[in-house]
Design a protein around this ligand. Structure first.
Ligand SMILES: *Cc1c(COP(=O)(O)O)cnc(C)c1O
Length: 382
């Protein structure tokens, strides 16, 4: 069987290998069978291994859903009665966490910072010292809307200094940028199978400290399907997901994990890095400018300003590339027109070179001036 290979430069789902796609084609099986439980068990252990968690301290809890389910589950499940959440908010994904807090009426502080730079750690510290009832500090590792990298190790150390639990949304770094939950001061992190793992959509997971999950059994229950302790407890008692798991995605993920360990943590990160640098080089040659300074980028998402050119039409450029097997993606900053090119997935430098051939043709076709014109002086080039 030959499957058309599309190069996805959107921030997930990512381009996958054919072996991962084909791993979904299995004999029909009821997920309550022991054979399937063994697959689940192996996957749960591997998910902890990727972030170097000691299995006596950390566990993983998979859910059926997209990555946002993990934000929802962590926030609604891990807050004790009478305590508060501190969300360090410098981007669209942390804003999503604030929205979760609002929907559940969870007491929280929305500590906002400019989206184009790392947060001021002294302000984080002051907020914690002025609010001794903060039980959770929450941040996003790679703010996928802009590609900004947040200093999680430092934030985690501050959270722990004040006795708070540190939750990080690592959805767009997990299994790409190396993470060590011990060194990075992470109590809980999360991801979904279709991003760094290069598997299919529908499976997401939280990796966290087992004793903190157990302690949460007595916290207020604010959700049913999305309660962390309930899902964990069911896994421990039965080896199964509480409700129907995404069976085919789980088989794909088993294969994706095998390929992850075969490629190796450092080799994989090196591949994403050279893919990202090829994106940066291609953009710089055309004259595009980044929203985030190179030194603050997580090295996975390039977010660039639209040109100030009357012939630039993102939709048309997108369609031109899409018809030729390349997907580019709009930005996620309100009030600023940007688009994104991402280095996730089973792609490499050569795919980026092929992409820029097509992208440049698209610009020429629609008579967008090269080098790109800007009327403002902001932004950064490689
Ligand atoms: C992709 C992503 C999510 C999850 O988004 P879904 O659309 O629910 O898959 C959450 N956080 C970050 C940082 C992400 O990049």
């Amino acid at each position: 069987m030959t499957i058309q290979r599309n190069i996805l430069l959107n921030p997930g789902p990512a381009t996958t290998t054919d072996s991962v796609k084909l791993a979904q084609v299995v004999p029909d099986i009821c997920p309550r069978e022991a054979e399937f439980q063994a697959v689940m068990q192996e996957i749960r252990q591997d998910l902890v291994k990727i972030v170097h968690g000691d299995p006596d301290i950390y566990t993983s809890v998979p859910f059926c859903g997209s990555g946002t389910i993990c934000i929802d589950v962590c926030l609604n499940s891990l807050l004790p009665e009478g305590k508060k959440i501190l969300v360090i908010n410098n981007g669209a994904y942390s804003t999503r966490a604030v929205e979760v807090c609002r929907y559940y009426n969870l007491p929280h502080i929305d500590l906002t910072f400019p989206f184009e730079q790392p947060p001021a750690l002294d302000v984080v510290k002051d907020t914690l010292s002025q609010n001794p009832d903060i039980a959770i500090v929450y941040t996003t590792h790679n703010e996928t809307g802009t590609g900004l990298l947040n200093p999680i190790r430092e934030i985690g150390a501050i959270a722990h200094e004040f006795g708070a639990t540190f939750i990080v949304d690592t959805t767009s770094t997990y299994a790409m940028r190396p993470i060590n939950v011990h060194n990075d001061n992470i109590d809980f992190c999360m991801a979904s199978a279709q991003k760094g793992l290069m598997s299919m959509t529908g499976l997401s997971f939280i990796i966290g400290k087992t004793d903190l999950i157990k302690a949460s059994s007595g916290y207020p229950k604010r959700a049913y399907y999305c309660n962390l302790f309930m899902q964990y407890d069911f896994f421990e008692k039965t080896g199964e997901m509480h409700f129907t798991p995404p069976v085919q995605t789980i088989y794909a993920t088993q294969q994706a994990l095998k390929e992850y360990f075969e490629e190796g943590e450092n080799q994989k990160w090196a591949r994403h890095t050279r893919t990202f640098e090829a994106i940066q080089k291609g953009l710089a040659e055309l004259g595009f400018k980044n929203v985030i300074k190179h030194e603050w980028q997580a090295g996975l998402v390039a977010c660039v300003y639209y040109p100030d050119d009357e012939n630039w039409d993102f939709e048309k450029i997108h369609d031109y590339c899409y018809e030729r097997g390349f997907t580019i993606y709009p930005g996620k900053i309100s009030g600023t027109d940007t688009f994104r090119l991402c280095a996730l997935g089973a792609i490499d430098e050569a795919d980026i070179h092929n992409f820029f051939d097509v992208f440049k043709d698209a610009l020429l076709h629609y008579q967008v001036t090269i080098p790109i014109k800007y009327n403002h002086s902001g932004g950064d080039r490689l």
